[in-house]
Design a protein. Structure first.
Length: 102
């Protein structure tokens, strides 16, 4: 729901998470639309897409998420993250041109 690109402080994912813009099947149907008539090729391309792109371990390798955590340790990890952010204060940079009042 957040990412490092949107200034998220901590980003965790479970091992079963799918980190992608859209689902693997839809993406492969767009990328390999020439193979739409062959369901076996689409299935193979979907598996390849999931392994290469929609994998939380690949996202962690690239720095999009901080860590892949196990579901049973979620409560502890999130509470530690909140505790470390307790005194955080955010100052956004000044904007010369703000939105006009509507």
């Amino acid at each position: 729901m957040a990412s490092k690109h949107l200034r998220g402080d901590f980003n965790y994912a479970w091992p079963t998470a799918e980190i992608a813009v859209m689902g693997a099947k839809g993406a492969t149907e767009i990328i390999h639309r020439g193979d739409l008539g062959d369901p076996d090729k689409i299935a193979a391309n979907t598996r390849d897409y999931e392994a290469r792109f929609a994998n939380p371990f690949v996202a962690a390798e690239r720095g999009f998420i901080d860590e892949v955590i196990m579901p049973h340790s979620t409560r502890m990890r999130v509470s530690r993250a909140f505790a470390s952010l307790r005194g955080k204060s955010v100052t956004n940079p000044w904007k010369k041109h703000d939105n006009i009042p509507l």
